[in-house]
Design a binder for this molecule. Structure first.
Ligand code: MG
Ligand code: ZN
Length: 192
């Protein structure tokens, strides 16, 4: 079986700009390329797991989001980082503007649907995997999937919780909390 690190996108890999709708808004956070390289060298798959309500809100299509993510992959490679092995997106929202995305899906974090889907596709041993996120909902998703969890305190950890179908357990405690992805990766390499 394989091991992966699940990475939230906004606030972990790229700057959280709130409702990112163009590739020009993508900005890799400091230290990200080296941190991803370190995880890859340690044998982890790199899997992005991201809630993207920009689709549910009708701001961009799923196809346009795919193009943004292709640009992200190119940016990572240009910066000397390994690309993501997989990118998993929840495009839904419980109060989506577009009716087709207005569902109580199982993939919007804090639910663990994206992680479980990835686990099937990659034959993952989830207790050997880690989830890194900047919101408590990321931590809840990782914990629910049976992964160890790391909260990076890049800003949104102080923001109100996102809207969810059921209340999030705000007392969910990450296994580790630290400043950014570089520090998270240092801890994972020791804790693995
Ligand atoms: Mg985030
Ligand atoms: Zn979803």
């Amino acid at each position: 079986m394989n091991r992966a690190v699940f990475l939230d996108r906004d606030g972990v890999v790229t700057a959280d700009v709130h409702l990112l709708t163009t590739a020009e808004q993508l900005l890799l956070l400091p230290g990200v390329p080296a941190a991803l390289r370190s995880l890859k060298d340690a044998g982890f798959l790199l899997l992005l797991v991201t809630n993207q309500t920009v689709v549910a809100r009708g701001l961009i299509t799923e196809g346009q989001l795919d193009q943004i993510h292709q640009r992200l992959q190119a940016m990572l490679q240009a910066a000397g980082a390994p690309p993501m092995d997989g990118i998993y997106v929840c495009p839904h929202h419980p109060r989506a503007t577009l009716a087709e995305y207005r569902v109580a899906c199982d993939c919007r974090k804090p639910r663990a649907g994206l992680l479980r889907r990835a686990a099937k596709e990659w034959n993952l041993h989830l207790p050997g995997c880690f989830m890194i996120g900047d919101r408590i909902t990321d931590i809840a998703a990782g914990a629910q999937a049976g992964c160890r969890t790391v909260l990076v305190e890049t800003g949104q950890h102080l923001a109100p919780a996102i809207e969810t179908v059921e209340p999030v357990d705000l007392k969910t405690v990450p296994d580790w909390a630290c400043a950014d992805l570089s520090a998270a990766v240092r801890w994972i390499r020791e804790a693995q």
